[in-house]
Design a protein around this ligand. Structure first.
Ligand code: EPU
Length: 427
């Protein structure tokens, strides 16, 4: 398993481009299961989760071909496969996004339950309840969700469904099923993340009729078939946000290019509150903190448009370098502080009680061996290592490779000393 060797401390300076959003690209790929003609997706991030999803699509009869500069051409073949097997879903929860499209497009789906994960239990009851409200028959057996459209018509029927809580992939799954349902569906208490609006834009370009994506209520007028489309994935606000936090944390000056400042607003407000200079322009965000004394600021994660859970770990790393005590509450996932003991190995002083961490800063961090436990926890350790004196070895960075495109190259271009060290398979 590869590791990162990072030599710190460093001051990051320069320009870096945001990659396409992993969490928008994954549902976009799943949507290709609904297409009857080729779909061209551009600004696709080259990360492991995308390759895994492409393998799943290939298994389900949608071939993919790489074009220039992050473009993927997805071509539906005449396919009848309806099963997303455990082997392809176990390493990537987003495989569950094949459920809605398979059911709506092929009348039947058998999709492996994604299983537990490091950051929490992550049930999919709301996905299943939403599909049931559209007329599907759903049962869970042998670790698989088995769903089918009853009757001879072979189409789901539009319905009204209120999510018990806003779920990102749940909203995406039910939305993808509703586009091909007969009649109108009204989905309430939907998640409002920008990735959902991006999916709706793709589905609309394919011929879907959707109103209200990005708000709590999405109305879908079902159509009989979806064609193909060309679509550009939105920039990754979490990846980009990670580099902006790194800029503040190292007292640097970084301009994020090809970014969407509006999607980054909850983070940018926090960075300004902490004492960094934040400037936004057309598809561009600059964060500078040279000579600034950072002060602590409390944060609480919550669904969009509030502070994203996917930046909580990185924000915690930042708070180790800010003056005062920051209280950071995680309200989305029940077990998302696994980076804390690893940060402590670098010298951070953090207490965790339930869903709340209290970070004391600033602390002088020193390099050490640390272990990545999940995708965003890995990013947090990279950021802390940039501020730590001496060498940090981050083990198990395969987590990082799931969602950060060429991270070492991007950090090197900003002046960091980061090296990928190949390691033995079991590490
Ligand atoms: N939940 C339920 N029942 C459901 C669905 C969700 O109780 O049927 C709960 C979850 O357990 C959680 C909360 O609702 O407590 C929100 O979870 P959500 O369903 O919104 O998360 P997700 O769709 O599984 C996506 C991202 C995550 C990101 C979360 C929250 C993708 C592929 N994944 O997950 O991304 O943290 O939304 O914003 O879009 C990451 O990229 O590192 C990552 C974990």
């Amino acid at each position: 398993m590869d590791r990162f060797r990072i030599e710190g401390p460093v001051v990051l300076r320069g320009r870096v481009r945001a990659s396409g959003a992993k969490n928008a690209a994954l549902p976009a790929l799943a949507a290709c299961l609904l297409a009857t003609e080729p779909v061209e997706l551009s600004r696709m991030p080259r990360v492991r989760d995308i390759r895994t999803m492409c393998r799943l699509l290939d298994h389900l009869g949608v071939t993919n071909e790489e074009g220039d500069r992050g473009t993927l051409l997805l071509t539906p073949q005449t396919a009848s496969a309806r099963e997303a097997p455990y082997e392809l879903v176990k390493t990537m929860r987003a495989g569950v996004l094949s459920l809605g499209p398979l059911l709506a497009g092929r009348g039947r789906a058998r999709v492996s339950l994604p299983g537990g994960c490091a950051i929490g239990v992550r049930p999919i009851d709301q996905h299943l309840a939403g599909l049931t409200a559209l007329g599907a028959e759903v049962r869970v057996e042998g670790g698989y969700v088995e769903a089918s459209v009853p009757g001879l018509a072979g189409r789901l029927r539009g319905g009204r469904f209120r999510f018990a809580l806003p779920t990102v992939t749940g909203t995406e799954n039910v939305l993808m099923a509703a586009v091909l349902a007969e009649g109108t569906s009204v989905l309430e208490n939907c998640a409002r993340e920008p990735e959902i609006s991006d999916l709706a834009r793709l589905l609309s370009a394919m011929g879907g009729r959707i109103e209200g994506a990005g708000t709590e209520t999405i109305t879908v007028h079902g159509v009989e078939r979806l064609g193909g489309a060309r679509h550009k994935i939105i920039p990754d606000r979490i990846e980009g946000g990670t580099y902006l936090i790194a800029a503040a944390l190292t007292g640097g000056d970084v301009t994020l290019e090809e970014a969407e400042p509006a999607d980054l607003a909850p983070l940018l407000e926090k960075l300004a509150e902490v004492g960094a200079t934040v400037e936004t322009g057309e598809q561009r965000v600059r964060v500078a903190a040279a000579g600034a004394e950072l002060c602590s600021a409390d944060a609480e994660t919550a669904p969009h448009p509030r502070f994203p859970t996917d930046l909580q770990a990185q924000y915690l790393a930042l708070m180790t370098q800010a003056r005062g005590v920051a209280t950071v509450s995680e309200t989305v996932f029940e077990n998302r502080f696994q980076h804390v003991p690893e940060l402590a190995r670098l010298g951070a002083v953090i207490e965790v009680r339930g869903g709340t961490a209290r970070v004391h800063g600033p602390t002088a961090l020193t390099g050490a061996h640390v272990m990545a436990t999940d995708l965003r926890a890995s990013a947090c350790l990279v950021l802390a290592a940039l501020a730590a004196r001496g060498e940090t070895l981050i083990h198990r960075i395969y987590h990082l490779d799931r969602g950060y495109e060429g991270m070492e190259g991007k950090l090197q271009s900003l002046g960091a000393t980061v090296e990928r060290v190949p390691g033995p398979d079991l590490d």
